[in-house]
Design a binder for this molecule. Structure first.
Ligand code: COA
Length: 532
């Protein structure tokens, strides 16, 4: 046992300021989350209820096991876009009949549940999560198909939705569609491509073309029910495997389908006797300073998220601006890489590479805690082989096959974001704290670089440099980069799986580790050629 002892000064001004700033940011995030909860707004929610239908979240609540938690993912998708926050779907991991499943529910109160470009991105993310972690997929379908005004962004990439579903099935990952309403045109392939299909009496409407289009195409007169109703599909076409009398019945049938899957997890069982962290998770609110240039000790975070605050540090005296070590979280073994003083040097990169190799030898998932401004720059470091050492770390992260989880605590800039398993490196899950920022570099630095380049270009042309215009441009660029570095903006673009309350980190990572254990956990010996 190597129990971490907290030295956090919770009475300090820095801690108080950071806590206050974090609470303000959490309130802002809550406001945005509540927009997603509102779906298409009061008018459409009321109309939906009046029709005797359950809302997307109510369907999920009834589907998952009583009193079990639902890990909602990407709730801020489409934030900052022309489309409502949430991207007209609710997506996440929930336990159904004792089985962790990936659940995707259309929100029919948002533009008829039609799929816009962000809905697609969220759907693709859902399929990736299901594939990588071997999670059965349950689609709660009620959608007007492609968002017609933006069809040019939806139609061609949208085909992947159906390809993914059938490929999941080919991998032996069950796919279940509960069709609560409209599932027109492309949407008809969701039940078409699913292993198990439940339709609801007088509610489900599944057809390649609705009555008006059929009339136009062939002159044939038809109505919704005879063309694509549940009864027709259950009796005649055979597309419906189960005929539910109402929504609740469809959910009951969905639960019993999962029960009969005989699904077994292939990863390790967690240790049964889990000790909670000894340090208080409430303090996580005040650890990241408001000024991200001020370093903080990530051991203070680790002490508040791992079992018994027990952390077996690896190479503590070498490459000390990256903390590496072994721990357990909710009984699952993990290796942790956490930035300590922002910059990554050659030693840190080499240490990380060795650590990642060791985790692969022992089939141990890795948790990356980001607070990095990137790899060190400057003559001395270039000569010391910074590029090849940073590349070594990125090579190890890229080829490592144990599951990775990334949490952005503070800064996540430049290639440091890559080396710490940023989004492009396919961590199984990536979450951001409200205090985090991610970009190619900080706003001030980026604006400064553009200014230096502009000045040099003016000099080369023999022109006078317009200082006033430059100052205005710098301020504008800095503000823009700052805004684009914020977690809400990045979450809107699905560059993370959600912005979380720091106090929930242990629970969220624990749920992810449990979902990850649905698939086998297997490390590798095969990496790209390391430049020594
Ligand atoms: N694309 C864009 N917007 C859509 C849409 C779509 N596919 N389907 C519905 N909407 C919009 C509607 O225009 C309406 O907007 P408004 O309230 O601003 O006028 C809103 O969503 C609600 O639609 P509404 O028809 O009032 O809801 P409903 O619950 O009565 O019916 C549908 C929902 C999906 C059955 C119906 O809208 C419909 O048939 N849509 C077209 C389906 C289709 O043919 N899709 C083919 C796509 S490949």
């Amino acid at each position: 046992m190597s129990v971490l002892k907290s030295t956090l000064d919770t009475a300090s001004e820095q801690f108080t300021d950071a806590t206050e700033a974090m609470n303000t940011k959490l309130a802002e995030i809550d406001t945005e989350h509540s927009k997603a909860l509102l779906g298409g707004g009061e008018k459409y929610v009321e109309r939906h209820k009046k029709r005797g239908k359950l809302l997307a979240r109510e369907r999920i609540e009834l589907l998952i096991d009583e009193d079990s938690a639902f890990l909602e993912l990407c709730p801020l998708a489409a934030w900052g876009s022309e489309f409502p926050v949430g991207a007209s779907t609710v997506m996440g991991i929930g336990v159904v009949s004792g089985v962790e499943c990936l659940i995707v529910a259309n929100d029919p109160t948002v533009r008829g549940g039609a799929s816009n470009p962000w809905t697609l991105k969220k759907g693709f993310r859902a399929n990736d999560i299901a594939t990588q972690n071997r999670l059965p997929v349950i689609s709660l379908v009620e959608s007007g198909g492609a968002d017609l005004p933006t069809q040019k962004e939806v139609f061609i990439p949208g085909g992947r939705m159906f390809r993914d579903l059938t490929q999941l099935s080919a991998k032996g990952i069950p796919t279940i569609a509960l069709v609560f309403g409209n599932s027109t045109a492309g949407g008809a392939y969701i039940p078409g491509m699913s292993d198990h299909v439940v339709m609801v009496k007088e509610r489900s409407k599944v057809f390649l073309a609705g009555p008006p289009l059929v009339k136009m195409a062939t002159g044939e007169d038809s109505d919704d029910e005879s063309l694509g109703g549940a009864e027709m599909h259950a009796r005649k076409s055979g597309l419906a495997d189960y005929f539910a009398v109402d929504e609740q019945d469809a959910i009951r049938i969905g639960r019993s389908i999962v029960e009969r899957l005989n699904w077994k997890k292939k990863g390790p069982e967690p240790r049964a006797d889990v000790i909670e962290p000894l340090a208080d998770p409430e303090d996580l609110l005040g650890i990241v300073p408001t000024d991200l240039k001020i370093p903080f000790d990530p051991r203070e975070v680790i002490a508040r998220i791992v079992d018994g605050s027990d952390f077996d540090e690896f190479k503590p005296m070498y490459g000390s601006s990256l903390v590496t070590g072994w721990a357990e979280l909710h009984g699952y073994p993990i290796g942790i890489l956490a930035n300590a003083r922002g910059v990554l040097f050659s030693e840190e990169s080499q240490k990380a590479t060795q650590f990642i190799q060791l985790a692969n030898r022992s089939n141990t998932p890795l948790l990356f805690l980001h607070n990095t401004t990137g790899y060190m720059v400057g003559k001395e470091y270039e000569e010391g082989g910074m590029i090849k050492h940073g590349s070594m770390m990125i090579n190890a992260v890229s080829n490592s096959t144990v599951p990775h989880i990334s949490i952005l605590l503070g800064a996540s800039y430049g290639a440091g974001h890559y080396g710490m398993c940023g989004r492009a490196f396919d961590p199984r899950f990536l979450f951001a704290w409200p205090s985090s920022k991610s970009a190619v570099m900080g706003g001030a630095q980026l604006a400064g670089v553009i200014s230096i380049v502009g000045r040099a270009a003016a000099e080369a042309r023999g022109q006078a440099f317009d200082e006033e215009a430059d100052a205005g441009l710098r301020a504008m660029i800095e503000n823009q980069i700052e805004a684009e570095s914020l977690p809400m903006f990045l979450s809107g673009r699905l560059y993370d799986d959600g912005v979380i309350d720091p106090r929930d980190t242990r629970t969220v990572v624990g749920m992810c580790l449990s979902a990850i254990a649905s698939a086998p956990i297997e490390g590798t010996d095969t990496f790209g050629v390391f430049r020594m």
